[in-house]
Design a protein around this ligand. Structure first.
Ligand code: SF4
Length: 415
């Protein structure tokens, strides 16, 4: 078993834990945001439907702002109000509704998991965090804890980005907050702190505090309901007077949870000294040539060719203009020739590289990829009978309106 954390980085006084719970829950009852998934979870008497409603919200909220999610969530729950309805949807429909929300594999996995619950678990959602994580694809430790505590009242903690920030500040944890050792300690702390009678509300309150008060850059400590339990705030106000334990020197020898000796407390940062993270790897640079093929439709309006991406990998199953990943150091002319060859395979006839008109470059940042789309256009005036090779993946001609209504990524909309 791992060594217990140094006492000052943990909560062990029952009276303090009780006071923190009660202050936080009272604040949550007064100040919580009105969000559609909270209303659904509170009103829904059916346990499976409640679990499903929370599950969808948690998956959509991963890496995505609340304000962006609300509209998608409402449309999703209107279209697929139950697990059974979602299990019958096609991936195309799921991608179409998800378009613009990013991290597309989330929608796909949600639907696969719904199918599994319906076909293998008789439509019954697992009721504990352990079972949810074990049985549902795409449900990790955080999502399982959130569903189990909010929908089924299991007294289990959760740790997400907001909780990491709040707990690290409450207990002056300055070691790399993405390291497994720190994350394990934070899970232990979340499980100790969670309120036994209102676990779902407590978890949401802790996350809400991180999202609205204990924010990354300019936390509103003066308004914080748990400031009297916060070591970072105390340290900012009082420095390290003799009566307050010196958090830099706790434990024996090098404390594994304190700020590193090489990057000690910086008084200009105040509470934002916490949490600390190891430097991120820079995103990988990629270049992709893409071609907007345009023809006149039967009513004279322009139509554009879109093709479907493979069913796995980045942007799986979404539609895009015919595109080709490029080597980084390719000359412009060579890029054009390679794209022409690629289009030739689609159209089954020669495509002249010099017929491709360079339009410009579009940059789109995915979480781990810095993607540059090199955009060309190719008008096919008076040539409606382009034969597309049916052996290649799906393709179709769409008007501009149809393009925007299709399951296309934000990057392609920029293109
Ligand atoms: Fe965060 Fe400030 Fe509250 Fe501490 S007092 S938990 S730093 S908002």
């Amino acid at each position: 078993a791992p060594a217990p954390p140094p006492a000052r980085h943990f909560f062990s006084d029952p009276a303090e834990i009780e006071a923190l719970r009660s202050n936080l829950l009272a604040w949550y009852d007064r100040c919580k945001r009105d969000l559609p998934w909270r209303a659904l979870a509170a009103m829904e008497p059916d346990a499976d439907r409640r679990g499903y409603a929370v599950w969808v919200s948690e998956i959509m909220l991963q890496q995505t702002q609340v304000a962006t999610v609300i509209d998608y969530y409402n449309r999703w729950m209107q279209k697929w109000p139950t697990l059974q309805a979602l299990a019958q949807a096609s991936l195309e429909e799921v991608n179409k509704l998800w378009a613009g929300l990013g991290y597309y594999s989330r929608g796909k996995r949600l639907q696969e998991a719904a199918r599994k619950v319906v076909s293998e678990l008789a439509g019954r959602m697992p009721r504990t965090a352990e079972e949810l994580q074990k049985l549902l694809p795409g449900v990790g430790r955080y999502t399982a804890g959130a569903i189990a505590s909010i929908s089924y009242g299991q007294a289990t903690g959760v740790v997400d980005g907001n909780v990491i920030r709040v707990l690290c500040r409450l207990r002056c944890i300055g070691a790399d907050s993405s390291s497994p050792a720190v994350i394990d300690r934070l899970w232990d702390m979340a499980n100790v702190l969670v309120d036994r009678s209102r676990p779902g509300d407590f978890n949401q309150a802790l996350m809400e505090l991180g999202a609205t008060v204990c924010v990354p850059k300019a936390p509103l400590c003066g308004e914080c309901p748990v400031k009297q339990h916060c070591q970072a705030w105390r340290r900012k106000l009082f420095g390290n007077p003799p009566k307050v334990p010196d958090v830099e020197n706790c434990g024996v020898g090098e404390c594994p949870l304190c700020l590193p000796a090489t990057e000690p407390w910086d008084s200009s940062l105040g509470v934002t000294n916490f949490p600390r993270k190891a430097a991120k790897k820079p995103p990988r640079a990629m270049r992709t040539a893409t071609c907007v093929l345009e023809r006149r439709g039967c009513h004279g309006a322009p139509e554009y060719l879109i093709v479907q991406r493979p069913s796995s990998g980045l942007l799986a199953g979404l539609w895009e203009f015919p595109s080709l990943p490029l080597a980084q150091d390719l000359q412009k002319e060579r890029e054009r020739e390679e794209l022409a060859d690629h289009l030739q395979a689609w159209m089954g006839r020669p495509v002249e590289a010099k017929g491709l008109r360079f339009i410009g470059e579009v940059i789109h940042i995915f979480s781990h990829i810095h993607q540059t789309y090199v955009v060309y256009s190719l008008p096919l005036d008076g040539d409606r009978d382009v034969t597309l090779d049916p052996a290649l993946s799906s393709s179709r001609w769409v008007t501009e309106d149809e393009f925007h209504a299709s399951a296309v990524s934000t990057a392609m909309k920029k293109v």
